[in-house]
Design a protein around this ligand. Structure first.
Ligand SMILES: NC(=O)c1ccc[n+]([C@@H]2O[C@H](COP(=O)([O-])OP(=O)(O)OC[C@H]3O[C@@H](n4cnc5c(N)ncnc54)[C@H](OP(=O)(O)O)[C@@H]3O)[C@@H](O)[C@H]2O)c1
Length: 337
């Protein structure tokens, strides 16, 4: 909703109903509740994208009770531009709602040239978060992640940097992403010794990528850490959009590294079968794919992306039917295993 101020300038006013239908799940054994669905700004928020569309997506998200926005230093393109656009939108629309929002950013992938703009050194993480806060117009983030493991930096250094970031008040909690179970266990032990609130592991998880079931979810359970599942729709494959070809403007049409026409054609048979099962459940495929992830008790939130607010409105309806019969789970398993 928009209201006019005294000088006629329009302002965003969040929907009064925003907390009425969202489910909030506890993240591991922490005090943090996350919306069952969160929104990520990896795609569609860079300088190459229309900012008004991004603004519409974030307003819609918050109006639906999506309190968690996920960013990273290098989201764009170009790198940094998703954070900068978010900062612009935040200042206009969300400043008054800062305490109702749970905002994440990360560092760990390639960000700036030279030896200090990548991986997991203390030098990189601390300076990257300083840059991110400036771009986003924030004093602190709610959670700061190490984005991927660094095989060459001692884990003590990386976790020590996360601990100091919390002590400096620049992040309230920390997380890791893309760490294997054994690395996760070590990180959890180090962070515990450093009295640092480690609450989230961000991991790719969908019907098409189930690696987390192979040890990671158990490790997280053991350590009281929650999982937030990214790319739950396998970047759009687990929707009905590719069933009759590759629509113009879709992610697969852009022929990106992770999703292209080949990925679509090699998965088409499974997508069609899953789509049929979703229809039988009275859901869209995207909704069934999201609900299927939320059946895991360790998963606090599914982290979706959207190129329009309508996609978000469709996806959120997944929460209306999260239950699966044994029979349905078996039929899904038969397609994806
Ligand atoms: N930690 C990490 O390493 C890491 C890595 C990747 C992502 N992430 C995080 O996870 C977030 C989500 O990742 P993702 O964008 O890959 O998630 P996703 O939800 O699997 O894919 C999102 C894409 O699917 C399509 N889509 C979504 N809903 C749809 C619907 N109802 N109907 C048709 N198409 C639909 C849209 O693509 P179109 O553009 O084709 O419409 C949308 O941009 C990211 O933004 C980021 O925050 C983290």
């Amino acid at each position: 909703m928009q209201i006019n101020d005294k000088s006629g300038v329009k302002h965003y006013l969040a929907a009064n109903s925003r907390y009425e239908s969202m489910t909030y799940n506890r993240t591991g054994k922490s005090g943090v509740l996350l919306p069952a669905m969160s929104i990520g700004l990896w795609h569609n928020f860079g300088f190459i994208d229309p900012i008004q569309n991004g603004r519409d997506i974030l307003r819609t998200a918050f109006d639906l009770g999506i309190t968690h926005f996920d960013l990273a230093n290098n989201y764009g393109p170009p790198y940094g531009s998703a954070e900068e656009n978010f900062g612009t939108i935040f200042k206009k629309d969300f400043q008054n709602y800062r305490d109702e929002l749970f905002i994440a950013t990360k560092a760990g992938y390639d960000m700036w040239p030279g030896p200090y703009g990548n991986l997991g050194s203390r030098k990189y993480l601390i300076s990257s978060l300083d840059q991110s806060l400036k771009r986003m117009n924030l004093d602190y983030v709610d959670v700061f992640y190490h984005h991927r493991p660094d095989p060459d930096t001692p884990l003590e250094e990386t976790m020590g940097a996360l601990a100091d970031i919390v002590r400096q008040g620049k992040a309230l909690y920390v997380g890791i992403s893309n760490y294997q179970p054994e690395e996760t266990q070590k990180a959890a032990e180090l962070l515990k010794d450093l009295n640092t609130p480690f609450i989230l592991h961000q991991a790719r998880y969908s019907m098409f990528d189930r690696w987390v079931e192979d040890g990671l979810l158990n490790t997280l359970d053991k350590n009281g850490v929650g999982c937030i599942a990214f790319s739950p729709l396998a970047q759009g494959l687990l929707t009905d959009k590719y069933i009759n070809g590759i629509p113009e403007g879709s992610r697969a049409a852009k022929d990106l590294t992770y999703l292209n026409s080949e990925t679509v054609s090699s998965n088409l048979d499974k997508i069609q079968k899953l789509n049929k099962l979703a229809i039988e459940r009275g859901q869209k495929l995207s909704q069934m794919a999201i609900a299927w992830i939320l059946r895991q008790p360790q998963v606090a939130s599914v982290l979706v992306g959207a190129s329009s607010s309508n996609q978000l409105k469709e996806n959120i309806k997944a929460l209306d039917n999260l239950n699966f019969s044994e029979e349905e789970l078996k039929m899904i398993e038969a397609v994806i295993s």
